[in-house]
Design a protein around this ligand. Structure first.
Ligand SMILES: [Zn+2]
Ligand SMILES: [Zn+2]
Length: 313
């Protein structure tokens, strides 16, 4: 089965029209595109002039394979919400094939087609947008994952589930920054004392547990610098927590470089950090916290000393 295919890529022409009686030729609008970021071109339009019958066509450039990490999203968010515009069949199987009528072989795209060979999928506008967003999200997670992997390759370190459990016990299952209790909906995330981007390691000792909100709010602000923005009460809690962590360190089990990385993470302080400064500008309460909070100590022995002084009062 050969299908003619023609996408008109200019806006002057009303493009929502498919020639009903000629399945060899259709036109529709080039309304949105994911570009080549995910490797998928998404073209959407309507089969009818009233714009009720929304359709979407997904294609890949020649030589591009559908990346493994987006296949799940394509099935879940696109195919499972779509049906073939010709035979109405539903499928979650990804079938790719070029449309033979396309002029230049070099530019030939592969289309996600129904088992009947048709590349046009009926899908609501909402579902179609959601599918594109899911693709972006898959791409974004992938980028972050790759970036972290490359950082970790340089800095090293690894931890296991048991070590994370121990940290959670020491933190009483609470966020180190805002003290919220972790639950199913408020998940604990790993936050690096010395951010990976500054050469922090992935050893457990470089990790504290934080809620997602605090983790992303801190971003790459150095640990001690960020703590200046929190309430004095929270600073006292953090000091106690750090001292518990230091006391819990078993020197005979300590991996090479883990303690050095912990010390580096503690010592770092950058009051010029742009997002620290913008948070200060943002709120008078935060400015007050920053002016009354003593900077947390820069080294483990100083933390133990200040924590013991604090608790004897
Ligand atoms: Zn079909
Ligand atoms: Zn928090």
């Amino acid at each position: 089965m050969e299908l003619g295919f023609k996408a008109l890529n200019h806006l002057n022409r009303p493009f929502r029209w498919i020639e009903e009686n000629d399945h060899e030729f259709w036109t529709y609008g080039y309304m949105s595109s994911m570009g080549m970021r995910v490797g998928i071109n998404v073209t959407t339009g309507y089969l009818d002039v009233e714009e009720n019958d929304h359709v979407s066509v997904w294609s890949l450039s020649k030589g591009v394979n559908l990346p493994q990490y987006v296949q799940g999203s394509v099935k879940k968010y696109f195919l499972s919400n779509a049906n073939c515009a010709r035979c109405s069949a539903r499928t979650t199987e990804i079938i790719l094939r070029p449309l033979l009528a396309e002029s230049s072989k070099a530019k030939r795209l592969s289309y996600i087609v129904c088992s009947c060979g048709y590349p046009v999928w009926r899908i609501s506008l909402d579902a179609s947008c959601a599918a594109e967003i899911a693709l972006s999200r898959a791409e974004y997670s992938r980028t972050i994952k790759k970036f972290r992997e490359s950082l970790l390759k340089n800095t090293g370190g690894k931890h296991n589930k048991q070590e994370i459990q121990q940290i959670l016990v020491l933190q009483k299952n609470r966020c180190i920054y805002c003290n919220v209790t972790f639950t199913e909906s408020t998940r604990a995330t790993r936050d690096h004392l010395m951010p990976l981007i500054y050469g922090g390691t992935d050893w457990a000792l470089n990790i504290v547990m934080a809620c997602h909100r605090c983790n992303s709010r801190r971003g790459t602000i150095p640990f001690r610098t960020y703590c200046k923005l929190l309430s004095p009460t929270q600073n006292r809690r953090i000091l106690k927590h750090l001292s518990r962590r230091i006391v819990a360190v078993k020197s005979d089990q300590l991996q090479e470089g883990a303690f050095a990385s912990f010390c580096k993470g503690l010592a770092q302080h950058k009051p010029q950090h742009p997002s620290y400064r913008s948070k200060l500008r943002y709120s008078a309460v935060i400015r007050r916290y920053a002016s009354v909070n003593k900077l947390l100590p820069a080294a483990p022995h100083l933390i133990l000393r200040r924590a013991s002084v604090g608790s004897s009062h």
